[in-house]
Each structure stands twice: as structure tokens, then as C-alpha cells.
Write a protein that binds this ligand. Structure first.
Ligand code: SAH
Length: 447
């Protein structure tokens, strides 16, 4: 028990036991001690920040949601400080693996500064004024997401610990970034798993500007922090949007799940001949039209279509339409690995239809942002789709979340976005239907 000390303290600070559960002053004394079952310290020793309910042998004290707890191994050795979350299966999320650290405002300021330093090092300011400033566990701040849109920061508190500290963090963010506003969009479904209700509204600073736009690689996008998807924009796709722009010249493009036109505007900027952009949200399409105009692009080359992509792909197939470039950037089909099978069917369906719509030499740019679908599984699904569509196809590029969405090596779960750039080489020869006893097809032969 006595192997740890806080700076300036000769012994463990007393448990915040006099305060009612859940109301212990944030960051002073730990509100409880969590002892892990034998052997369950292994993941903590590898710096994995999650402690599942099944790993816990006993809890001392009465910690409430978001309270700081000490995490000890079976022998009573202090391993980490964590935020307690009594409802979630992830019962505690580790703030620090350093026994000498005190979880207090100065700790959060230091973590925020480290996160901001990474973004400065990435040199993103040269290409955009919109970026993710804090990416949860991978920036050492479990459950906290902060996105910057020019003068506005949008904060998501997705776990009990982040919820506990969000106001102090919001004030620090204003001071550290010079931004004018911190707006909260804590309305993601995952909050329910933490026993937290959705909430949104102004957290710190001035109220939101009436109209907010950002720039990315020379294009302009309207941002709706209040009603838009996620925090307003898909910052994670920044690199892929630019990569697709470079593939677009002279092509007839189909952009599925186009949202506010991120990919569409980029392919027009890249010289696409035409774009059919499909989304089920009228509001997103309205913003997309406006974005195309704001960026000074030739809007006549784009047809915006409000439709369900699953149905629209079938309609296009039945009408005999073909394209040179198809982009599939669907919403998350599988938030957890348990739903991966169901998600796989959805991905297979749209990728198969896209393969059928592509001309030989055409390119499929296809994504999955489902954390439950691994890059390996995703490639297998796309391979199955190409096979069922009867086309030979080659992976000519891969992409993932932009670097302002880092993946801690100790926390691979934070890698969620994967993309494949696939060239349709041509129709498969009959060998693959089992009718011709040849050993390779020209389209699949090595160069
Ligand atoms: N490619 C976009 C992000 C796509 S987000 C970008 O880079 O900005 C997913 C989009 O899919 C949302 O705009 C949502 O409205 C849309 N959507 C979800 N289900 C859909 C469906 N079945 N058919 C069409 N659009 C759908």
C-alpha cells in the first residue's frame, strides 16, 4: 500500500470519504482505491488506459462518476490514477500511469499543451484552420475530444472523467489556444454507455458566430457545430479528400454519402468532368451546394441528389449508368466488434454495387469508420465484393484518419478509419467461375 506518494506529501492523501458519492472535489484527493484481480494488471503495465469491470477485485471508498481513483495491483502496488465510471463496462479510464502525478488542473493543462504541440508540429496551420486538437485516449485524455473550427472549439465529453473536468478544460482551452468559443456537442450515443445524458450548449467564451466557415486545402466549408454530424465536419478525412482530388481529372464521379460535399468539392477542384453526389440529408446537401459556391467551383458539374444510397446504387445499376470514380464514405455501421457481422453485410452490399458501376480502369475509393471492423476484415469484405461483382481489382492506395487523430501504440482501439483505393482492372476471365482451367488472368498478372 505504501509504495506511492504524491508530490509534497509524505503519505497517501486521505480518501475523499466525507463527501457524498460523486461530489468529491475534482482532483484533490482520490475518492477511492480500485484493486485489480490477480493478473489483471497486465494491460495497465502495457499502458492500456481502460479498466473493465471484470478486472476489478474490490473497490475501497465510495467513488462517484468521474471521481479520481487509485488503481492498485493485487499486491497493493499503486499503478495509476483513473476516472471512475460506475455504470460503464469500462469502469475506469486511466489519466496517468505516474504514481507521482496529482490529477488536478495543472495536470490537464500539461496534457492539453502536449496535444497542442503535436498539432503545431504537424504544420497543419499551413493548409487549414480546422483540426482535431484532442483525440481522447491517444492524447492521454480519455473520453475527451476537441475539434477546432477557426475561432470555435467544439468539445465532446464522452466519459465520466471528461464530463467531470470539462468546464475547467474549456477555460484552459480558451487560454491556451486563443479561440473565442468552446461549444459542447456531448450528444454522441456512446455517452449513454457511461450513464450520461446527451448535452450540448456553450461551455466557455463568446456565443457561436452566426455563420462559421473554415478553409481546407484552399476550399471553403460551412460548419454547423450545433446540428451537423459529429462536431460539424469530418476532419479525419482531410488527407483522403486531397488524395482523391489528385485522382479526379476528367473523370465522371459518383460521391456516395457526400454530407456537406467534402469529397465532391475536392474532385471538382481536381478537374472532374461531372459528379453525382448522393446523401439522405437535405440539410447536408443544402450546405454542400453552398460550399461548392463559396469555394468558387463550377457548380454546374455537380448534380446533388437526396436519396438513400443503398437504393440509389441499385437504381443506377438498373439504369445502366457507369462511372470512372466512385467514393463510398458511409456512416459508422459497427460501433463495436460485436456488430461487425451486420456491418460487413452493409459494406459488402455497397462495395459490390459500386464495383458493378465502375468502368474498366475506374477507381473505387472506399472507407469504413467502424471501430469494430479491422483493416484486415475491411479489405476482405471489399475483396469479396469485387469477386461477386466479377471484376479483377488492385489496391493502389490506402488511407486512414489524418495525423491530428493520432493512434497511441498502447491504445490501438483509437484507429477507426480505414480506406482503400482500388482500381478496377477489368472483368475476370471465366477461370474464376471455375469454367476455364487457366492459371492466371491477364488482368491479375504481376506487372
Ligand atoms: N464524406 C463525407 C462524410 C460522410 S458522413 C465528408 O467527407 O464530409 C455520412 C453521411 O451519410 C451523412 O451525411 C449522412 O447524412 C449520410 N447517410 C447516412 N445514411 C445514409 C443512407 N442510407 N443513404 C444516404 N446517405 C446516408
Amino acid at each position: 500500500m505504501a509504495t506511492w506518494q504524491t508530490p509534497g506529501a509524505a503519505a497517501r492523501p486521505p480518501l475523499a470519504g466525507t463527501a457524498p458519492a460523486g461530489t468529491a472535489p475534482a482532483g484533490t484527493a482520490p475518492a477511492g482505491t480500485v484493486t485489480l484481480a490477480p493478473g489483471r494488471e497486465r494491460s495497465v503495465l502495457r499502458w492500456h488506459p481502460w479498466i473493465f469491470s471484470g478486472a476489478i477485485e474490490r473497490v475501497e471508498g465510495r467513488p462517484g462518476p468521474g471521481d479520481t481513483v487509485a488503481v492498485e495491483d493485487h499486491a497493493g502496488k499503486l499503478l495509476a490514477w483513473a476516472a471512475w465510471s460506475p455504470v460503464s463496462r469500462i469502469r475506469a479510464r486511466i489519466w496517468s500511469f505516474d504514481p507521482a502525478v496529482t490529477v488536478e488542473p495543472a495536470f490537464f493543462r500539461q496534457r492539453l499543451r502536449a496535444a497542442l504541440a503535436l498539432r503545431r508540429d504537424l504544420g497543419l496551420a499551413a493548409v487549414t484552420d480546422a483540426m482535431r486538437l484532442v483525440h481522447g485516449e491517444s492524447d492521454g485524455l480519455p473520453g475527451l475530444v476537441v475539434d477546432r473550427y477557426g475561432p470555435v472549439l467544439v468539445l465532446q465529453a464522452l466519459a465520466a472523467g471528461a464530463e467531470r473536468w470539462k468546464r475547467q478544460i474549456a477555460d484552459m482551452l480558451l487560454a491556451e489556444t486563443g479561440a473565442a468559443t468552446v461549444y459542447e456537442r456531448s450528444d454522441a450515443e456512446v455517452r449513454r454507455l457511461e450513464g450520461l445524458d446527451p448535452c450540448r450548449g456553450l461551455l466557455a467564451g463568446r456565443s457561436l458566430p452566426r455563420r462559421l466557415t473554415i478553409q481546407e486545402h484552399g476550399l471553403v466549408f460551412l460548419i454547423d457545430c450545433v446540428g451537423g454530424q459529429k462536431t460539424g465536419f469530418f476532419l479525419d478525412q482531410r488527407d483522403s479528400r486531397l488524395a482523391v482530388r489528385r485522382l479526379a481529372a476528367g473523370r465522371e464521379v459518383l460521391d456516395c454519402f457526400c454530407y456537406t460535399g467534402g469529397f465532391t468539392c475536392n474532385v471538382v477542384a481536381g478537374g472532374a468532368q461531372s459528379v453525382l453526389a448522393v446523401d439522405s440529408s437535405a440539410a447536408a446537401l443544402q450546405a454542400a451546394r453552398e460550399n461548392c459556391r463559396l469555394s468558387g467551383l463550377d457548380c454546374r458539374r455537380v448534380e446533388w441528389r437526396e436519396a438513400d444510397v443503398f437504393q440509389e446504387l441499385r437504381r443506377l445499376r438498373d439504369a445502366g449508368r457507369t462511372f470512372d470514380l466512385v467514393i463510398l464514405d458511409p456512416p459508422k455501421f459497427a460501433p463495436t466488434a460485436a456488430l461487425a457481422r451486420q456491418a460487413a453485410r452493409g459494406y459488402k452490399d455497397i462495395n459490390l454495387l459500386a464495383c458493378k458501376l465502375l468502368r474498366p480502369g475506374g477507381i473505387l475509393v472506399t472507407f469504413s469508420c467502424s471501430g469494430g471492423v479491422s483493416p484486415d476484415l475491411f479489405q476482405k469484405i471489399v475483396a469479396g465484393a469485387a469477386q461477386d461483382a466479377g471484376v479483377a481489382a488492385q489496391v493502389i492506395g490506402r488511407s486512414g484518419q489524418a495525423a491530428d487523430h493520432p493512434v497511441s501504440l498502447a491504445f490501438p482501439e483509437s484507429e477507426y478509419l480505414k480506406g482503400l483505393v482500388v482500381r478496377i482492372a477489368g472483368k475476370h476471365s471465366p477461370i474464376h467461375t471455375g469454367r476455364t482451367p487457366a492459371c492466371s488472368t491477364p488482368a491479375m498478372a504481376a506487372p
